[in-house]
Write a protein of this length. Structure first.
Length: 356
């Protein structure tokens, strides 16, 4: 019998070879952990072994000089082991408590902020943006950089009622995920179709099938096969743009930014939740997005002042109610915040059939 070809592993690599040896030895056998100070975690294993973790913020998109610098710090001041978190922080694990302060000093001297643990504002999880993706309506990295510059103190101090996890999404449909505060691109006009290109670039049935509200139909335009959009149905989601770039939805003026709050993946104390829209139509104003920063800071300041210890953003809102959230933050409540869409039965593209 022919030998079976081994599978090609293209997912996450086996973490064990890269893990701190004390963590490998005590894997799954920890007795408790604590939080000695902002940016530092302490874990004690059942065996009595100890590990300290020092967390620092990074810029996420890093040149190799920066990565070498971070690695040199690990070799010189740590135990030579690091890991990057999902929110682009870097964590150094050391088995000797006396290494913690020199490690913090070495990172601080090079300008890396220490924090992001416990009830701080952690680094914003950001999507790929212009560097890696082909459909962004804004640069996630830019929004994150501009905002974290303003939220530096909230990263290095633990003064929030509970953890604050923020995210950005540079389109309306794909990565990003749930967050206490999410900054999401918001298209406000249907796509503009370049009919000369559709036939050459797009698989029309796939594009028709992508639309969640069945607003796209094949059409002949100037004798060429193309597509048309029923603009009354279109909800400006942008789902047609990735499979068909000639359906250009990004627009310097009409692609805006919206802020959503109250999402979380954690099931600690309360169940996971979806975030909800609280501010829309903010200008997509690179390079510093001041209008977005103002709204985010307003929400954070209100939560910090009004939230009780251990309340996540949504727990706080559930306690005070959404009307009080809008009153206390001073954000305007408009008709666009009311989810009254009842078109599902008639409109929603729930069928696997392609309509022509
Ligand atoms: S959020 Fe959308 S545009 Fe941004 S990286 Fe993900 S898929 Fe691409
Ligand atoms: S996929 Fe979205 S943006 Fe494109 S036509 Fe349908 S509703 Fe409009």
């Amino acid at each position: 019998m022919a030998e079976l070809r081994p599978p090609i592993e293209s997912g996450a690599p086996d973490p064990m070879p890269y893990m701190h040896p004390v963590m490998v030895k005590n894997y799954g056998k920890w007795s408790f952990h604590s939080h000695p100070k902002p940016g530092v975690l302490y874990h004690r294993a059942e065996s009595g072994d100890e590990v300290w973790t020092v967390k620092a913020g990074t810029a996420r998109q890093m040149d190799h000089y920066t990565i070498r610098e971070l690695a040199d710090i690990a070799d010189q001041y740590g135990d030579g082991f690091v890991r990057f978190t999902a929110r682009s922080n870097i964590e150094y694990m050391v088995a000797d408590g006396s290494k913690v302060e020199p490690l913090i000093k070495a990172l601080s001297d090079k300008g890396y902020p220490i924090g992001g643990t416990a009830n701080s504002v952690s680094m914003i999880a950001h999507t790929q943006g212009w560097l890696h993706c082909d459909i962004p309506g804004t640069d996630a990295s830019g929004v994150v950089k501009a905002l974290m510059d303003e939220l530096y103190d909230d990263f290095v101090k633990c003064e929030m009622p509970n953890r604050v996890k923020m995210s950005t999404s540079c389109c309306e449909i794909n990565c990003g995920g749930q967050a206490d505060i999410a900054i999401i691109v918001q298209h406000t006009k249907p796509p503009k179709i370049n009919h000369d290109l559709v036939a050459n670039v797009c698989e029309r049935p796939s594009v028709v099938a992508r639309c969640p509200v069945a607003a796209i139909r094949p059409a002949l335009v100037n004798g060429k096969p193309s597509l048309e959009v029923d603009e009354k149905k279109c909800i400006c989601c942008g789902a047609c743009f990735p499979p068909c770039p000639p359906m250009q939805i990004n627009d310097p003026e009409h692609s805006k930014i919206a802020i959503w709050v109250g999402g979380k993946n954690s099931n600690a104390r309360s169940k996971p939740t979806f975030h909800k829209l609280v501010a829309s139509g903010l200008p997509n104003s690179a390079p510093r997005w001041p209008e977005v920063a103002e709204v985010v800071k307003k929400i954070l300041a209100t939560y910090k002042a009004d939230g009780k210890p251990w309340e996540r953003m949504i727990d706080w809102i559930d306690r005070i109610g959404w009307p009080a959230f809008f009153e206390k933050t001073g954000l305007p409540f408009t008709k666009y915040h009311i989810d009254n869409w009842r078109g599902g039965r008639a409109n929603l593209n729930a069928s696997a059939h392609i309509r022509f």
